[in-house]
Design a protein around this ligand. Structure first.
Ligand SMILES: [Zn+2]
Ligand SMILES: [Zn+2]
Length: 79
């Protein structure tokens, strides 16, 4: 297992991520400028690949968001 590099809300290299992890809307339709700004600070609520609700755990310094199908992504928070 290689550790994925979080490049966004549960972004996986080589796989399209059609859904916004922050608001759960279609990335090609709505305006996600706010979501993009929030992404480094707030854990995603939706899986970018299947739009399932993610289970989010926040511990000091790190959050982990888990999709039951696509696994989890972990990212250190700023500060
Ligand atoms: Zn969005
Ligand atoms: Zn998923």
């Amino acid at each position: 297992m290689d550790a994925p590099t979080p490049a966004g809300p549960v972004a996986r290299p080589g796989e399209p991520a059609p859904w916004c992890g922050q608001c759960g809307e279609d990335l090609t339709e709505a305006d996600h400028a706010r979501c993009v700004r929030a992404a480094p600070l707030e854990p995603p609520r939706y899986c970018a690949h299947c739009r399932r609700r993610m289970v989010v755990q926040v511990i000091p310094g790190t959050w982990t968001a888990t999709c039951s199908r696509h696994g989890s992504v972990e990212q250190p928070t700023w500060g």
